[in-house]
Design a protein around this ligand. Structure first.
Ligand code: ACO
Length: 402
């Protein structure tokens, strides 16, 4: 495939293009790549899968996607294209190269038939126009461990062992798989991603120690320590837990790190962490940000893949200004399962595809979008019905974690 717009050629890459793609990535993300990192990305993406933009012989833009599987409410794994490493040279920005790359890439994604396309966004203002809505949410919190006391009602389930992560790989990966299958927005993690996590290359430690591990039968923590002028901080890279007891036991272990001054971790909106402490204010939020963005490629397939919390009958008009994946859809839910079909009936709800993407995993509310005039509903009870049905048990979670 090759198309040319405004003197720029858009085509799929070959193995020979990779040195130029890597240089573009290094410049755009201000991160030099080691040969190992390049080999890792090539293995993940496939050498001949990026879509690139050329000005003469120079590569001036690139985008890639990785085949992924995302958990949706109810636990099903849905196939998704994971868009990554999108770059346009600083010499060629704001003249439509990203749009040209995306047009080509998304046509290919559509032909592949996957119901979803996903990404994590470098900036929040770019991807809505392409039908992506922010879905999962996470906060970074910091705790001054010296003052953190556990609430007297919080039990001490025990069962945590200190491990070297690489030696505990089978247990850690098995727990991740359990966590991923029950967590909307979580993704199946392939072996080569695990290989990289356990290899723990020094170039990616951000000045910290190698990874330390805490392991429980139903959860684990991977963290590293960073020393600064105000003492040592334990930075949690991953905290995965599938039971309340393991969540408590792992936080007890972290808060027991006597010589560590501060613990930093990412938490989801309904994380019980503040309630474990006598003083919940000690869990200070330092940032709150979107994590996974979803673009629904096939509305009926995506809406039928998840389960719902109550019965629902609604006709939605979904507007897609980028591709033609929108239209009018009748969504009928009984006993949690949906049937979604195209219809000509007048809609009770009108919304853009990026808004439907934001509602899809259950972490955002239709009523809030309606208040912002980003969703129209025929009446207030329709908004209530949407929010009741689309809500999910675990409100939000994190991505691949690297
Ligand atoms: C999924 C990921 O990989 S996230 C990483 C994205 N990459 C980066 O952040 C690296 C640094 N930035 C870049 O490489 C480039 O600036 C890109 C890729 C973000 C944009 O590339 P460009 O070729 O300049 O974008 P292009 O000209 O095609 O713009 C497409 C649309 O997005 C808009 N847009 C582009 N960049 C931005 C921005 N930073 N903020 C808001 N809107 C933007 C344009 O106005 C345009 O809107 P329109 O089509 O509705 O008029």
């Amino acid at each position: 495939m090759t198309t040319t717009t405004g003197g720029i050629t858009i085509r799929t890459a070959t193995e020979q293009d990779w040195p130029k793609i890597v240089l573009l990535n290094e410049i755009c993300f201000a991160t030099p790549q080691t040969p190992e990192l390049t080999a890792f990305w090539k293995g993940l993406v496939g050498a001949d899968r990026p879509v690139i933009a050329l000005d003469g012989a120079a590569v001036v833009g690139a985008t890639m996607d990785i085949p992924m599987t995302v958990t949706v409410p109810g636990g099903a794994g849905v196939a998704a294209a994971g868009i990554t490493a999108v770059t346009v040279a600083p010499t060629h920005r704001r003249r439509g190269i990203l749009r040209a790359l995306y047009t080509e890439q998304h046509a290919r994604i559509r032909r592949s038939g996957v119901p979803l396309s996903i990404l994590t966004a470098s900036e929040g203002g770019i991807y809505g126009r392409f039908g992506y809505g922010p879905t999962t949410v996470e906060s970074t919190v910091g705790i001054d461990r010296r003052f953190a006391a556990l609430h007297p009602d919080v039990p001490d389930p025990g069962g945590v062992r200190v491990v070297r992560p690489v030696e505990a790989r089978p247990s850690i990966t098995e727990i991740y798989d359990r966590w991923q299958r029950r967590t909307p927005g979580a993704q199946v993690r392939p072996d080569n991603v695990w290989d990289r996590i356990f290899a723990d290359p020094e170039s990616e430690r951000g000045g910290g120690t190698s990874l330390f591990g805490l392991l429980h039968d139903d959860g684990y923590v991977l963290y590293r320590c960073v020393s600064g002028e105000h003492g040592t901080t334990a930075r949690v890279q991953e905290f995965r837990s599938v039971t309340d007891d393991s969540h408590i036991a792992l936080w007890r272990a972290l808060l027991g790190l006597d010589l560590i001054r501060r613990i930093e971790a990412s938490v989801v909106p309904d994380d019980p962490l503040p309630y474990l402490l006598t003083d919940s204010r000690l869990v200070r939020t330092t940032s709150r940000h979107d994590e996974l963005w979803v673009r629904i490629m096939d509305v009926p397939a995506a809406l039928e893949a998840r389960v719902y919390r109550c019965d629902l009958d609604v006709v939605m008009q979904v507007d897609d200004g980028f591709l033609d994946a929108g239209g009018r859809f009748a969504l009928r839910v009984r006993d949690g399962r949906a049937v979604c079909t195209r219809t000509e009936t007048d809609p009770q709800v009108v919304l853009a595809l990026d808004v439907l993407g934001s509602l899809y995993l259950g972490a955002h509310r239709a009523r809030a979008f309606a208040a912002a005039n980003r969703l129209w509903a025929v009446d207030s009870s329709t908004l209530d019905a949407l929010d009741l049905a689309f809500g999910s048990e675990y409100s939000a979670q994190m991505g691949w974690g690297f």
